[in-house]
Design a protein around this ligand. Structure first.
Ligand SMILES: [Zn+2]
Length: 379
């Protein structure tokens, strides 16, 4: 069954994967130097969360210059303007373009595949070649709102080595029920799935609850409010909202807030993952805890910046070099899609394969693990 409907559910087309037919790589962006008053990102030896105002110009663009220090290992940016769509219009360094929405409005360009989202986010690195260089970083964010009030640029940084603790909360929404299982069982299995991937971090999974409709739509104002409704005292905790089902999309297993989502920014409109109970019920009407935990882990992977290793047709793959790629020649039954079983030896067992399987999907490559281990919310 299709693991998620992120691509379909984000109205402006948040791309999930890519690789074929996209625009050419960005040309050199020209020289760039920061003004002397530009702030240096973060604090040495730790992870930090800082905010800067986004003062929108008449064209809806706001620019912030930041200095990348020598010891920066990872960075996440979130452009928040209430519940309006935002995007990064341009992100560049000296002679290096990273994101350019002007020439890539649909987010087809590797490695970020960046386009509009609610509380739009970017993470560096997202593969082997996209870590930031020391020096000036110019961030230009864009809002789809009125621009009357300033937005907020959240800058989450890591100035130490990878590793630490990733904290995740399974958040039960309203009257959602888990027939034949408990939320604690799903939490324990989620920890087991993440452990099986070989992550060199501690994973802590807890449970919580919020009020809300157990059958929200997959998109729209109500869902944005739900994603921002859980506000833990520790902002690094990532919510996975457990709902009964998506109204009108009863087969959808789960949806991430973005690739990546607004991690470390509780209350933001893309701050959480949604996972549905009902499409995980067995024929006997009980929760398939193993598969539901894999769905939660898969959506968490998106939320933290991982794309599908292989997309449905076997023609598009993630931007990470060390993930197995299954190509269209493996489509043995000729139905137009490569199944996990057809790709069993070429990535079908990866947690981030595009579709679920008859066997466990609990593998991550070394670089997929590194992206997760570097996340600024891993503290
Ligand atoms: Zn997915």
């Amino acid at each position: 069954m299709l693991r998620h409907a992120l691509r379909a559910s984000i109205a402006l087309g948040l791309a999930c994967g890519g690789g074929g037919g996209g625009p050419e790589p960005l040309p050199d962006a020209g020289p760039l130097a920061c003004p002397t008053e530009a702030p240096t990102i973060g604090s040495a030896g730790t992870t930090s969360s800082e905010t800067f105002p986004l003062t929108w110009g008449p064209d809806g663009v706001a620019a912030v210059d930041l200095v990348v220090p020598d010891d920066l290992t990872a960075l996440a940016l979130v452009a928040e303007d209430g519940t309006d769509y935002t995007a990064f219009w341009s992100v560049r360094q000296d002679n290096r373009g990273l994101v350019d929405l002007d020439t890539d409005p649909d987010g087809l360009r590797a490695p970020f595949y960046h386009t509009w989202n609610y509380s739009s986010s970017l993470a560096f690195p997202t593969n082997e070649t996209s870590a930031l260089e020391p020096g000036c970083l110019r961030v230009e964010a864009l809002t789809d709102g009125s621009g009357a009030a300033p937005g907020v640029l959240h800058v989450l940084s890591r100035r130490r080595a990878a590793g630490g603790t990733l904290r995740v909360d399974l958040v039960l929404v309203g009257a959602t029920e888990l027939p034949g299982a408990t939320l604690d069982q799903v939490a324990a299995e989620l920890a087991t799935v993440l452990d099986a991937t070989g992550l060199a971090i501690t994973v802590e999974v807890a449970t919580a609850a919020v009020d809300g409709d157990p059958f929200p739509p997959s998109d729209g104002a109500e869902t944005l409010a739900l994603r921002g409704s859980y506000r833990p005292a520790d902002p690094s905790r990532i919510p996975i909202y457990v709902i009964q089902g998506f109204t009108g999309e009863l087969d959808t297993l789960g949806i991430a807030g973005g690739i990546p989502g607004a991690n470390g920014v509780p209350g933001a409109a893309s701050a959480g993952v949604l996972v549905a109970v009902d499409p995980h019920l067995t024929e006997g009407g009980e929760v398939d805890v193993l598969v539901m935990a894999e769905t939660a882990a898969h959506e968490l992977g998106h939320q933290l910046g991982l794309f599908h290793t292989t997309e449905a047709e076997g023609t598009e793959h993630d931007p990470i070099g060390d993930t197995a790629e299954c190509d269209a020649s493996r489509d043995d039954d000729g139905d137009g899609d490569v199944s996990a079983e057809e790709c069993a030896e070429t990535g079908g067992r990866n947690l981030m394969f595009w579709v679920s399987a008859e066997f466990p999907q609990r593998e991550l490559s070394a670089w997929q693990r590194r992206i997760l281990e570097l996340g600024p919310v891993v503290r």
